[in-house]
Design a protein around this ligand. Structure first.
Ligand code: ADP
Ligand code: ASP
Ligand code: MG
Length: 477
């Protein structure tokens, strides 16, 4: 495996790493091997792959009055968990124990969906209660599978560890409260030589109401626990060989990046590289602990190591390219805009009042407009919030119009070397131009380690592939 043996280690396994009996057996073997090297080992797991999607889509269907979908989902959930349970837990009574715990959670799911159907509404709070069930099932299963191969393990629900506010579906953790709760619960287990198997993704408010940290949030859980203990390292186990030069689903010839700085990986994660949840990096940097991304299905590959600094050589100019789909570009435009005080501040607070976060702010081509990207589904409400905010300016014709585009994508190239290398944007532009890909807007990341391009949705693949050629040919100098 990785060949290192930190004395306190948090290892997080994603949905595909526990999604089938073969995958979970592989995960259990990785834990078993690491257990012999690491005295204090904490495991964090996601729900089985596909489960969170299924839970949430069933709840949304229930809110529309569809009671068939969740009833079918009940069966799918049973089958998925049962298949693993049967093949990886030998002891009959242990099998039965885990089966009945999972059955109870599935019953909770059906009851919650029924309540949602009756109310005709799925509140964020209800959706978090539903979504949390996936991890609550998977930890029970994985802990039992570990025990089956002789690893003393205990499942733990992170509602006891991660204390958050009540911003359901994207809750913010209270770091001090989380540190205290995490140490109290996990140290007791670790001191007894037990491997805690903790639910990723979920937390609870101080009064105990279940919350979630946002989709893909199990990586963040691992970072929070790692920072709280503190651990020496956090290892994120996934289904690819670490952080790569591009999403291998878009660029099959993408390769693993052996070392990447925290700044680079932050930019990549915020710019859509799903391999790491963007919030994972901050707690890890602040606690000064190591972070790696590894492949469950190729555990001997060293994956990617995240570091604070790297020497900048020409090899490091552009390291990776990534994309966020499903965006809309909104422009506020008017010749009298320059004379209106506080336009930018009012624009962004009007957007914030809709609960939308801005994905990109572009340097406007003229000083008479403000241009930014938001998720496509939020575009209509943002436009109407701006129309309301600037009602008087519209009447006075200081602002002429506000409009949103059809779906666009944001493609981002990332690399620390760009800071000290002139001409990168130009080189990237001409590569896109050579392929007749039209750039609608451009923005440079605040830390100067990334440049983002807004493009038409259908150009995402050719654009990512073209820019990836620059990464692998190391030509962007
Ligand atoms: P997990 O379930 O383990 O959390 P995710 O599906 O959330 O896994 O993230 C892993 C996926 O991220 C990969 O399968 C890959 O398709 C995608 N991905 C996107 N960009 C990158 C990148 N730059 N490097 C590696 N993987 C990436
Ligand atoms: N299971 C959650 C999700 O699918 C969290 C995670 O996998 O990280 O979003
Ligand atoms: Mg993930």
């Amino acid at each position: 495996m990785v060949g290192s043996s930190p004395s306190t280690l948090v290892m997080k396994f994603g949905g595909t790493s526990v999604g089938t009996a073969e995958a979970m057996a592989q995960t259990a073997q990785i834990v078993q091997r690491q257990r012999s090297l690491t005295r204090r080992l904490v495991v964090v797991t996601s729900a089985l792959s596909g489960v969170t999607d299924l839970l949430l889509s069933s709840a949304m269907a229930a809110a529309r009055g569809d009671t068939t979908t969740y009833n079918q989902a009940v069966q799918t959930l049973r089958n998925k968990h049962e298949a693993i349970l049967k093949s990886l837990i030998d002891d009959r009574s242990r099998q039965e124990e885990v089966r009945s715990a999972i059955t109870l959670l599935i019953l909770d799911f059906a009851n919650l969906c029924q309540a949602i159907a009756i109310l005709g509404e799925a509140t964020p709070r209800a959706l978090d209660a539903v979504a949390s069930l996936g991890e609550r099932m998977s930890v029970r299963l994985l802990a039992a599978v570990l025990e089956n191969i002789g690893v003393t393990a205990q499942f733990v629900e992170a509602t006891r560890l991660v204390v958050t506010d009540d911003h359901f579906q994207a809750a913010h953790p209270d770091l001090d409260a989380t540190r205290m709760a995490t140490r109290a619960v996990l140290n007791t287990l670790l001191d007894q030589g037990i491997v805690p198997v903790v639910t990723g993704f979920i937390g609870a408010t101080p009064s105990g109401v279940t919350t979630t940290l946002g989709r893909g949030g199990s990586d963040y859980t691992a970072a929070l626990l790692g920072a709280s203990l503190p651990a020496d390292e956090v290892w994120i186990w996934t289904d690819v060989d670490g952080v790569m030069t591009a999403d291998p689903r878009i660029v099959p010839q993408a390769t693993t990046i052996e070392e990447l700085t925290y700044r680079e990986v932050s930019e990549l994660a915020y710019a859509g590289a799903k391999v790491l949840h963007p919030k994972t990096i901050r707690p890890v940097i602040e606690a000064g602990i190591g972070l790696r991304v590894l492949n469950t299905f190729n555990p001997d590959n060293p994956g990617t190591r995240l570091v604070s600094e790297l020497p900048i050589t020409d090899h490091h100019v552009v390291k990776s390219v990534t994309a966020i789909r499903g965006q809309s570009l909104i422009t506020l435009e008017g010749r009298g805009m320059l004379g209106v005080p506080g336009v930018a501040a009012r624009t962004f607070s009007a957007i914030a009042s809709t609960g939308t976060s801005v994905t990109l702010i572009s340097q406007a081509s003229s000083e008479q407009s403000i241009c930014f990207a938001v998720p496509l589904e939020a575009a209509a409400k943002v436009v109407s919030a701006l129309q309301k905010e600037f009602f008087h300016e519209f009447q006075r014709k200081d602002i002429d119009r506000v409009w949103s585009t059809e779906e666009v994508v944001i493609v981002t190239v990332v690399g620390e070397g760009m800071k000290s290398t002139p001409g990168v944007a130009g080189r990237v532009f001409s590569a896109l131009g050579d392929k007749k890909i039209n750039v609608i807007a451009i923005a440079q990341g605040s830390s100067e380690v990334s440049i983002s391009f807004v493009l038409r949705a259908e150009e995402v693949r050719p654009a990512v592939q073209t820019l990836h050629d620059l990464v692998i040919r190391k030509e962007v100098v």
